[in-house]
Design a protein around this ligand. Sequence first.
Ligand code: HEC
Ligand code: HEC
Length: 152
Amino acid sequence: MKTYFLLPLLALLAMPASAAKMTMPSDAPKSYEAECASCHMAYPPGLLGQKNWQNIMSGLDKHFGTDASIDAKTESEISQWLLKNAATKQKYSAFAPENRITKAPWFIRKHDEVRSDVWKRAGVKSPANCSACHADATKGNFDEDSIRIPAK
Ligand code: HEC
Ligand code: HEC
């Protein structure tokens, strides 16, 4: 009987205390990969708060200098899923300027040791290109152990 009560507690303790995992939920609609991962990686929803996702999804025709618009049904499917899985912790859900993960205060703080020329290397191109340095970014794993910074 005792172990029965202990198990959930142990599961909690085994979870990493760091915020390095923003796991990609397993119930991502197929449309997310199809519509939101052709120009950049499919960002795990936990990287932005609800208001930012709402803004992004309602402005896809003017999306960071490109037209990323999709049909209304798909838009609503993706929106609902993003909002359901958006960041909840204050630190990550706080409004990110320009709706950019890369402008969020936590992002800037976590990357303050990355020199400005590193962001411009051909192998990186942009701070938004998470997977250039985080080998497991598409799974939502940003752990230190899986960081490989391209040499050029
Ligand atoms: C036609 C290409 C294209 C498609 C399709 C597209 N995006 Fe983007 N997206 C961009 C570009 C370009 C940027 C800016 C990248 C940069 O600054 O390096 C961007 C940036 C972003 C950012 C901000 C990244 C940062 O700087 O933190 C988010 C979030 C984002 N897109 C979400 C989405 C979602 C959600 C979808 C699907 C509904 C989508 N994108 C579809 C081209 C696209
Ligand atoms: C130029 C390479 C590079 C790019 C591109 C990059 N990162 Fe990082 N990231 C780093 C480095 C270096 C660290 C710092 C590791 C440390 O200080 O231990 C870091 C740390 C992090 C951390 C904290 C990890 C921890 O263990 O606390 C998160 C979360 C993170 N990055 C998310 C992202 C996301 C999301 C993107 C894309 C929007 C991104 N990063 C793009 C290099 C990069």
